[in-house]
Write a protein that binds this ligand. Sequence first.
Ligand SMILES: Cc1cc2nc3c(=O)[nH]c(=O)nc-3n(C[C@H](O)[C@H](O)[C@H](O)COP(=O)(O)OP(=O)(O)OC[C@H]3O[C@@H](n4cnc5c(N)ncnc54)[C@H](O)[C@@H]3O)c2cc1C
Length: 516
Amino acid sequence: MTSSFIRHVVVVGGGSAGWLTAGLIAAEHGAAQPDGLRVTLIESPEVAAIGVGEGTWPSMRDTLRRIGVRESDFFRECDAAFKQGSLFARWVTGQDQDRYFHPFSLPQGFGDANLAARWQESYGNVPFAELASYQPHLCLQGRAPKQAATPEFAAVANYGYHLDAGKFGQFLKKHCLERLGVHYVPDHVLGIESHENGDIAALRTQAHGLLEGDLFIDCTGMRSLLLGQHYGVPFLGQKHLLFNDTALAVQVPYAREDRPIASQTTSTAQRAGWIWDIGLPSRRGVGHVYSSAHTSDEEAERALRAYVLHSGGPQDCPAPRKIGFEPGYRERFWHRNCVAVGLSSGFIEPLEASALALVELSAAMIADEMPVTRAQMDVTARRFNDTFRYRWERVIAFLKLHYVLSRREDSDYWLENRAPASIPDSLHELLALWRYRPPIRGDFPRIEEVFPTASWQYILYGMGWRSAPGSTARTDGDMADGYFREAADLARRMLPALPSNRELIDHIRTRGLPRI
Ligand SMILES: Cc1cc2nc3c(=O)[nH]c(=O)nc-3n(C[C@H](O)[C@H](O)[C@H](O)COP(=O)(O)OP(=O)(O)OC[C@H]3O[C@@H](n4cnc5c(N)ncnc54)[C@H](O)[C@@H]3O)c2cc1C
């Protein structure tokens, strides 16, 4: 069996992870052609997809382009909007005016000059991102990241999306079935039949009998039916590092249909967590993520309702939906002929929207490195496990960076978040390096890091970090000044030339964007 060819990939689960993975594999391996790889997706009619996950990274543009969807259709059918980054409010001191941006565009001249050193030396009272990048200024004015004449997926300013998770799943499903040749089995998986060597031979289903395959992709959400339940691959809990384990989510109507749509996700820190605020064309998605060890559900709901009211929402918003989760990830992701993608491989709080980015990276690596034979699969599995173990560790260190530099003292949550034992060793090490110099590309040596070096700088300096004096490295002051002027100049020229987020989205929904 080990020399047998991989001809049939079975994806279990029809949430965002299942459809994105099935779509990418089908598109890259000719599933719609008679000689292509056969791709089947089985989804239980009894178990709903999680239905949250509304913020993406710019990588989603590439993923959608690769699977061959039209961006205009995506905007129309997924209630999608542009996301140009995140705005963090009250994370540093907890005061009203405490805010900083993490935009998706790199600082002007990033990598050419030591921007951080010059900023600290001469402009320390201006927020780093607002000096080094034009993009926070576009966000502050609610501008779109492109014009009506800019082709699909092309950008003037780098962007990802906000979207309706339920509609996104339906949109991907339709595209996978109608265009990409994915076979669909609506059925509940009851059990697993194994080969003698322990590989999965087939899924036992409620209505369709046995469903055989060569490679099984576990996209069953937090159940982790194949990797976790069947194979018992251990779950590595991370609550000692990142405390949040519960979310309360609500959909908030706009006061009027023509209200501006925010160009960024706003994350507002609370006493025991933070609240996300995501603007879609038809509504906002708002949710409170918190640590159940540091607050009660009632208190968390009160904070959420106060936020909704304070941000222009109605007094009587519906009861929020509660979602519990165990922060962590699996010790391995690819085991024998089974690989987990999405929540079945792990989940850490939704700060910085890393979950869908990891789904895209997983789906892309499986599609790019699809083993031809079973014997080759063990090598691919080792490479996959090594890559994703590294990525999960990086995601955790990056998310933790948002907490460790806070100066908030209003609750045990914030104090305990800075306790040395709650900080991963890799982050301790990076902070030691950054005591005298900024994060540089060499600190993140792998290709396709989940978060680029610029993101680490935006958070580090946004949270108020200052390097200590003593470095003898060249500071490139004049060059940095030139880049800061360039960023300001770009903002000045872009602001009147770009439509508002809502104007452009309305245009896309009625007229569409030019095709590439
Ligand atoms: C509160 C919260 C906020 C989030 N926000 C973001 C965000 O802003 N950005 C981001 O990138 N991510 C976010 N995420 C993560 C994001 O929601 C998920 O990564 C994404 O939705 C993928 O989920 P999934 O497809 O892995 O699982 P699910 O959506 O849970 O899908 C599981 C699928 O498995 C199927 N299934 C289960 N059991 C069986 C069975 N026995 N037989 C057959 N099928 C079965 C179900 O029918 C379903 O189709 C958030 C998560 C949470 C909890």
